[in-house]
Design a binder for this molecule. Structure first.
Ligand code: ADP
Length: 546
């Protein structure tokens, strides 16, 4: 008998008499099933972090399994946030008493006791007791016993898990150790999720900042392929830029690309480039890995056309203001002696007959004096730049004003000016001084274009007329020369600030950009037609006064 019992106990691990053998075996199978389920629960929590399921789902899964081995009806999770304990999840949802997000008070709180002691608490609730604030909740929900376990990560309490049952349960050592393991695993997962979200948020923040910067930004590999770019770049180029060649995109000679320069100098490179008739500032910086080897380049591209145009206007109006100030001073000084010269010459003229030789000399003095007076007058009117008031004005008046100022100077260079002004031209609403400034710039350019030409007749034709185009009434001024013309590749660039083909002392490259700025401020535009070696025509179009 003894041998038999020993054999059974060896084979099955069950030490029992035959009578209780089946009961013992059944008990053992139940124990094993329970252990299995416990392992499954722990496993589930670990997995859930990797497959990115929500905390609610994880609570549901755990609860469904817990229910099969323990009399558990409710679990809730409260997490520590900024020294507060906040209720974050409850399962099942109908066992909610406080709302999610509820901040648990510190006084007389079982939960806080767990947080402060770092120890788990098993508590059985007596009816009508109000020792702890949570008692009312459990009474209302019909919960009779709760197990509260601290969630500890790196020695710090990060929250409390509460496991509630509607009956008075008894947990043995094994059960409690399982719940402890369950909570330790849960704490690790919660902390991981928190860290992961922190990384994700800061990644998102960086990405959003990168995308939102108003300058265009490109990350380019050393072969010049675009790896990343922001919204501003997308908006400017309006095409998919991924893996596109940056040199092609920015019309840069690959041999002179900033990447080549940075590879040589290991320093950042700043350049000004022209793209699609815009002036852009290009700043390129090396991107280094931990071993300080360059593996990519960051390029910032900033469209500075408007800024340059405003700067150019400022420079020009600054210059004109200086001329104006000087002219006013000179005019003041010259006006008095001129009045004396003119007055005396007029007096003397009366004493001589028209055939007299001296009369002719005196008349010369008189007419030259008058011319000086007109020039001073024109200079004064022209340079009065301080007020840009818009009023009704005639483009013909602007032409006359400018011709009064530099007409003679142009004619002295053997250039004939042909005026074809439409006397019935419509008025515009604008600033006469600014329009005169445009005409002056266009005339000087036409004169310069004719300067080195070896042709029998150098001509500038100034024409004004009114036209109707697409139902709009326009006042048009055209200045045409038969000078050297403009190379086709330059036609795109002549309106860019600082673009000049003239020698440094002569050209600033500001005239046309300022002129275009003025025309646009008047609701108009400037067009150009040119043929190399034959001449150019600049057409200023302004809307007629409404
Ligand atoms: P700048 O006269 O100081 O060079 P602009 O902006 O007025 O500056 O002109 C830019 C360039 O456009 C000139 O350098 C010249 O190459 C070209 N250009 C302008 N007008 C003419 C013209 N009538 N004929 C030929 N080239 C012209």
């Amino acid at each position: 008998m003894n041998d038999r019992q020993q054999l059974i106990s060896l084979l099955t691990g069950v030490q029992s008499s035959k009578k209780s053998y089946y009961t013992e075996l059944k008990k053992m199978v139940t124990e094993l099933k329970k252990k299995n389920m416990q392992l499954e629960i722990i496993n589930d929590i670990t997995k859930s972090f990797n497959i990115d399921i929500s905390m609610d789902e994880m609570m549901k899964n755990s609860m469904d399994k817990l229910k099969t081995i323990f009399p558990v009806e409710r679990i809730s999770l409260s997490l520590c946030e900024n020294h507060k304990l906040v209720l974050t999840n409850v399962y099942p949802a109908h066992s909610l008493y406080f709302p999610i997000g509820f901040v648990l008070p510190k006084e007389r709180s079982l939960y806080w006791k767990v947080v402060q002691s770092l120890e788990k608490i098993f508590y059985q609730i007596e009816e009508d007791e109000d020792l702890y604030v949570e008692a009312a909740v459990y009474n209302a929900l019909g919960v009779r016993s709760v197990l509260l376990i601290p969630l500890i990560s790196k020695g710090k309490v990060i929250g409390v898990l509460s496991i509630g049952s509607k009956e008075k349960v008894v947990y043995d050592e094994d059960d409690l150790s399982f719940f402890q393991q369950f909570c330790d695993q849960l704490a690790v997962c919660i902390e991981n999720v928190r860290l992961y979200n922190e990384v994700l948020t800061s990644k998102k923040e960086w990405e959003e900042t990168f995308r939102a910067v108003s300058e265009m930004i490109f990350l380019v590999d050393l072969e010049g392929n675009i790896l990343r770019y922001n919204d501003a770049a997308n908006e400017f180029f309006q095409v998919d830029l991924y893996k596109k060649d940056i040199c092609k995109l920015l019309s840069i000679n690959p041999k002179e690309s900033p990447i080549v320069e940075i590879l040589e100098t290991k320093k950042s490179v700043h350049r000004r480039i022209h793209i699609q008739q815009r002036v852009c500032e290009l700043r390129s910086y090396p991107v280094l890995n931990e071993k300080q080897n360059m593996y990519a380049v960051i390029m910032y591209l900033n469209d500075i056309t408007e800024k340059l145009q405003i700067e150019a206007q400022l420079v020009q109006s600054g210059k004109l203001a200086a001329i104006g100030e000087m002219a006013a001073g000179i005019a003041h000084e010259l006006n008095n002696p001129l009045t004396a010269i003119l007055g005396n010459a007029q007096l003397l003229l009366r004493s001589f007959s028209k055939d007299d030789r001296i009369y002719k000399l005196l008349f010369d003095i008189y007419s030259c004096g008058k011319r000086c007076k007109t020039i001073i007058q024109n200079l004064l009117t022209f340079s009065r730049q301080d007020e840009y008031r818009f009023e009704d004005c005639s483009i013909n008046d602007a032409v006359e004003q400018v011709l009064g100022l530099i007409g003679d100077q142009i004619c002295k260079q053997n250039i004939s000016i042909q005026k074809r002004l439409d006397a019935s031209i419509e008025l515009i609403e604008g600033n006469l001084q600014q329009i005169s400034q445009v005409i002056l710039n266009l005339l000087i350019n036409a004169k310069d274009a004719l300067e080195e030409m070896d042709i029998p007749e150098k001509i500038i034709v100034i024409e004004t007329k009114s036209i109707v185009e697409a139902g709009e009434h326009w006042v048009v001024l055209s200045i045409r020369d038969n000078g050297k013309g403009i190379e086709e590749q330059h036609l795109q660039e002549i309106f860019n600030p600082f673009f000049t083909t003239k020698s440094p002392g002569k050209g600033t490259g500001l005239g046309l950009s300022v002129s275009l700025g003025i025309a646009e401020a008047h609701g108009g535009t400037i067009e150009v037609v040119s043929e190399l070696g034959k001449g150019s025509e600049f057409i200023l179009k302004l809307p007629k006064k409404k």
